[in-house]
Design a protein around this ligand. Sequence first.
Ligand code: ADE
Length: 372
Amino acid sequence: MSETLYQKLQVLESETHPLDRIGRLTAIRGPLLAWYRENARTLPWREDPSPYRVWISEIMLQQTRVEAVKPYFARFMEALPDVETLAAAADDRLLKLWEGLGYYSRAKNLKKTAQILVNEYGGRLPDTREELLSLPGIGSYTAGAIASIAYGKPEPAVDGNVLRVLARLLACRDDISAQAVKRQFEADLAAAMPKEDCSAFNQGLIEIGALVCIPGGEPRCGECPLRSLCLAERNGLIGEIPYKAPKKPRRIEERTILLIESGDRIAIQKRPEKGLLASMYEFPGLEGKYSPEEVLAAAEELFYSEAEIRSVTPVPDAIHIFSHVEWHMTGYRLEADRIPACFLAVPRGEISEKYALPSAFDRYIKLINGKS
Ligand code: ADE
């Protein structure tokens, strides 16, 4: 098999003069860029890396896989093609476009930032790390990604993929969830990255993390353009690095979900403007785990006189996992003569079409749509 360009470009390190951290990161430039040119996936935000498209895609790609993001990105660009339309978008429309991606505060911050861009930056995203960092929802990674990918600036962009690749390359056994480790990698990359091809350099590291130095499972070291420089591979540490300190266990919240139905209408309500799933719609609920008798008693106390409730029927339980909390849900279908005035009474068919209900309620949405 003939050698590829990036294999030829691998730097061979002398045993007597090993590279230091910056030297090692500088030495990856050639093989990384050559590999990226041959192996980069064609992705919608790469074909036209305008600042707006890079910004939106990078926010969507936080916590969400590339394949899952693609249809969301296409719909978002169609509906809100520029900063101005995003700044003027109705909240419900924006949340509907975001529905299923989760972490809804990201969508709200997009709109806040778009409004700042319209009012203070002539509708353009700034190109410096400092200005980008001052905008809602833009942290160190996203600022670096926008500056380098959209504006070609030599700014590092260290996300989870890059943390893993660098930890292995440098045989760093520290906890990669620690901010100090990320800051150190950013400083090292800022010193080592090229002044040209900054977009390809940063996206090359991300791409190696996604395709070669993969999370979970065996990395594909045989295909890695950085293999000859990788200290974890050389020292048999691939299985131990990256190291992540165990997380605190998530808090468990018991909730009772009420599918209150009257004829073809069903009750939903808007969540508070602050906190988890802010401003999204939800089925009414009670904190804690209720039995059918307790549901009946609570509904009579809160919304109904006794004769108005026709039946209370258990429906399947559901669990939804957020980053810090788990909802353990017990569900009931409550058929009644009317929907209490404190709720929105929505025709069953309109729930999925018109309202942004978080995916935490998927099990119950399917149920009322007759699909399970
Ligand atoms: N994940 C985060 N940013 C990305 C990018 N620009 N390309 C592919 N995957 C990514």
